[in-house]
Design a protein. Structure first.
Length: 121
């Protein structure tokens, strides 16, 4: 079972995430490649929110395929290409994680590997 750390003496998280998450000794680890808003048919989800939701769905599909779920996430790193999408991304993340609170880092970047991608998780 993961242990979530939200210590006193520092500001509370800005949204639903943990300042630190410890995995027990000899835990099973799954490293997941960055997931974007690509649909199962290879097409691109249209718009920022649709891409965010699809990126989470893709991530959860990888977890599910490994017999794991969102509660097993230890750390999530997210890349956005537009700073104005931060609030929306936090709302989507909250909805998609359904109470899970992995450690989290979010970065605003100049671009991703494809010009149409707005988010990568």
């Amino acid at each position: 079972m993961l242990k979530h750390h939200r210590p006193g003496g520092i500001a509370a998280p800005f949204s639903r995430y943990s300042h630190g998450v410890a995995a027990p000794h000899l835990s099973r680890w799954l490293h997941i490649s960055g997931q974007v808003g690509v649909l199962p048919d290879g097409g691109m989800a249209e718009g920022a929110e649709a891409q965010m939701v699809q990126a989470w769905r893709n991530l959860f599909a990888v977890l599910h395929g490994a017999g794991m779920g969102r509660q097993d996430l230890v750390k999530v790193t997210s890349f956005l290409v537009r700073a104005e999408d931060v609030k929306l991304f936090r709302e989507v993340r909250e909805r998609m994680l359904s109470g899970a609170a992995p450690a989290s880092t979010m970065l605003i970047v100049a671009g991703l590997a494809h010009a149409d991608w707005l988010v990568e998780i």
